[in-house]
Design a binder for this molecule. Structure first.
Ligand SMILES: NC(=O)c1ccc[n+]([C@@H]2O[C@H](COP(=O)([O-])OP(=O)(O)OC[C@H]3O[C@@H](n4cnc5c(N)ncnc54)[C@H](O)[C@@H]3O)[C@@H](O)[C@H]2O)c1
Length: 273
């Protein structure tokens, strides 16, 4: 249980982050939803079973993030848990809703920077802003949302994959550095989840892969799941939330510097894509 703990979930307005926020709050945590999308973050925070709060914020920008994290500490009197979930793509040439195949040959340096900023710098910025508060508390837990893309070859999205591999590396470095402060740092590698990110990817696959042409995007996604997931089912934000809640709780008091895939076995063999 997480009763009495205060947690921040970045990118918590929708998708996996909203699922994590709901599970943490169902276990008694006061959850602050930090997201670029302020109105959606407000809606998600208002729906949580334990009252929480929302703050509109770009967690790739240090000043914005510092202000938002300070507002959480002022509201709830401290901070115990940080879930670094915000990610995927936006910015010039990188669309959040229609991610295209960006192999190394077609990827521009600006797109590379954008993926690294959205998917790795965000974790660094939020963590560095939050650490002093966790230290003041005498301990805490950080849960980083990486991806199976950071574990296997991802020729369609090499910059995203490199960023997520970076998240796993950062997880280990932070875990060792902050162990003396009883701050634990772990990572989760989600598999295939039907969120906004996959809606865009499925639409792109439907347009570019002839055998998917007759399917709608949800049908493409389910076909990818059928072919790629040994357990034969998609993963859900609830699945990721359950593990995040465990890693954030005192039940995981001796677990740090680890990554765990929640992927139905995808990474037991080579992932498609
Ligand atoms: N969907 C999947 O299959 C999948 C698989 C593996 C890993 N992931 C990872 O899970 C995380 C969540 O992805 P999702 O599928 O829920 O995506 P999503 O697009 O549904 O939600 C992402 C949320 O993060 C917010 N966000 C993005 N950048 C931000 C920033 N700089 N500052 C604040 N908020 C920001 C967005 O506004 C959005 O609300 C990402 O890190 C993604 O890489 C997703």
């Amino acid at each position: 249980m997480l009763t009495g703990k205060t947690a921040i979930v970045t990118g918590g307005a929708r998708g996996i982050g909203a699922g994590i926020a709901r599970v943490l709050a169902s276990q008694g945590a006061r959850v602050a939803v930090l997201d670029l999308d302020g109105p959606e973050a407000e809606k998600t925070a208002a729906s949580l079973p334990t009252p929480g709060m929302a703050a509109a914020c770009d967690v790739a920008v240090e000043a914005d993030t510092a202000k938002a994290v300070r507002s959480v500490v002022e509201r709830f009197g401290g901070l115990d848990v940080v879930v670094n979930n915000a990610g995927v793509g936006r910015g010039p040439g990188v669309s959040q809703t229609t991610p295209q195949s960006l192999g190394t040959g077609t990827l521009s340096a600006a797109q590379w920077d954008e993926y690294l900023s959205q998917n790795l710098k965000t974790t660094f910025v939020t963590t560095s802003v939050a650490l002093p508060y966790l230290k003041t508390r005498g301990g805490g837990a950080i849960v980083n949302i990486a991806s199976i893309a950071g574990l296997v070859a991802s020729p369609r999205l090499p910059a995203y994959a490199a960023a997520k591999a970076g998240v796993i590396s950062l997880t280990k470095s932070l875990a060792l550095e902050y162990a003396p402060h009883d701050i634990r740092v772990n990572a989760i590698c989600p598999g295939f989840l039907w969120t906004r990110a996959w809606e865009g990817l499925a639409a792109a696959l439907q347009r570019s892969v002839p055998e998917y042409a007759a399917l709608d995007p949800r049908g493409v996604f389910l076909e990818v799941v059928k072919r790629g997931v040994p357990l034969g089912r998609e993963q859900t934000p609830q699945d990721i939330g359950q593990l995040a809640a465990f890693l954030a709780s005192d039940a995981a008091r001796n677990i740090t510097g680890q990554w765990i895939a929640v992927d139905g076995g995808i990474t037991l063999r080579q992932a498609p894509g």
